[in-house]
Design a protein around this ligand. Structure first.
Ligand code: NAD
Length: 309
């Protein structure tokens, strides 16, 4: 297939591109390099079936090639990155989604939207299944991201119903692994960098809040399973094993053999207390579940971060 990936030079999409390349698809990677890096996909770019286009999805997208499938992943994704680029984030999720859906309509392409567990906000139930509508602050400090993603879901569903497009939505939960940016404040890289440098490990709040972390290849395998399935629906993709932030910090200190101490800082606004995906739908319908143990994924990530420092 000819596949367009927006956000193609980013962390998750660079791994997605590797997997789709191995499956012999032709790829167009479109990215404005706001938070991504061409280095993430450099190894693919000398192949004639992979093309890179520097472009912002908020601007009209013109592509001459036939396109069979579009992945719309372009968006700043970490709280620091989207709060530093609030309007671009809002537009990537809203105008960018309309632009890429319009392209899918013109090219008669199938479509997969990257949504997020953040559309559940600070959830009142745990784990979160796809039929939970969420508890989101519509104008809070994260709203440029989570409300734009909620709009993106609405736009995808509307185009699908109105124009009979084949669309899929993946709600990705916390994903980590090599090629994450080191300075965008995501907890796994923050802790690893601090531990490797022997600095204090910063815990926001008392550290009892929980997260569940999915290794990037597991997440990508789930996304590809959805792409290859006949299901044009919403799926949670993530790892349901929950861990407190304090436990994560201790694990990273152990794996890096670090002397770092834990220090506590105030919890940011709208930081959810708990996030845990219910993945029974993906397990049943996509025959997918995460396979990589946290210790193994963290070890690979620590090796990669060390190579970057
Ligand atoms: N990593 C996670 O844990 C996670 C969790 C939930 C959802 N997601 C979603 O997955 C997608 C990828 O996230 P990631 O973690 O790889 O982040 P990332 O920042 O590494 O990747 C995003 C990519 O999109 C590009 N981009 C941003 N705004 C753009 C714009 N306006 N036009 C064109 N390109 C633009 C960036 O340059 C970057 O290469 C995002 O849509 C994000 O919301 C990720």
């Amino acid at each position: 297939m000819n596949i367009l990936i927006t956000g193609g030079a980013g962390f998750v999409c660079s791994h997605l591109a590797d997997t789709l390349f191995d499956k012999k698809h032709d790829l167009i990677l479109l990215d404005n390099l706001l938070t991504g890096n061409k280095k993430n996909v450099e190894h693919l770019l000398n192949h004639k079936n992979v093309k890179f286009i520097k472009h912002d999805v908020q601007d009209h997208i013109e592509i001459s090639e036939e396109i069979d499938f579009i992945f719309h992943f372009a968006s700043a994704a970490s709280p620091i990155a989207y709060q530093e680029n609030p309007v671009n984030t809002l537009k990537a999720g809203s105008i960018g989604t309309i632009n890429t859906l319009g392209l899918a309509k013109v090219k008669n392409a199938d479509y997969l939207l990257a949504s997020t567990s953040e559309i559940y906000g600070d959830p009142e139930i745990s784990p979160q299944s796809e039929d939970y509508w969420g508890n989101v602050n519509p104008n809070g400090e994260r709203s440029m991201y989570d409300e734009a993603k909620r709009f993106a879901e609405a736009a995808t569903a509307t185009y699908s119903r109105t124009y009979n497009l084949q669309t899929k939505i993946v709600r990705i939960f916390n994903t980590y692994g090599p090629r994450m940016q080191l300075n965008d404040g995501r907890v796994v890289t923050n802790f690893i960098v601090q531990a490797l440098n022997g600095k204090d490990i910063t815990i926001y709040g008392d550290g009892s809040q929980t997260r569940s972390f999915s290794y990037v290849q597991d997440t990508v395998n789930g996304i590809v399973a959805l792409m290859e399935s006949e299901h044009n629906e919403v799926f949670n993709i993530g790892n349901p094993i929950e861990i407190t932030i304090n436990e994560l910090a201790s694990k990273i200190i152990e794996l890096t053999n670090s002397n770092s101490k834990l220090i506590n800082k105030d919890l940011p606004q709208d930081d959810p207390k708990q996030r845990k995906p219910d993945i029974s739908k993906a397990k049943t319908l996509l025959n997918w579940e995460p396979k990589v143990r946290l210790e193994d994924g963290l070890t690979k990530t620590i090796d990669w971060v060390s190579s970057q420092l």
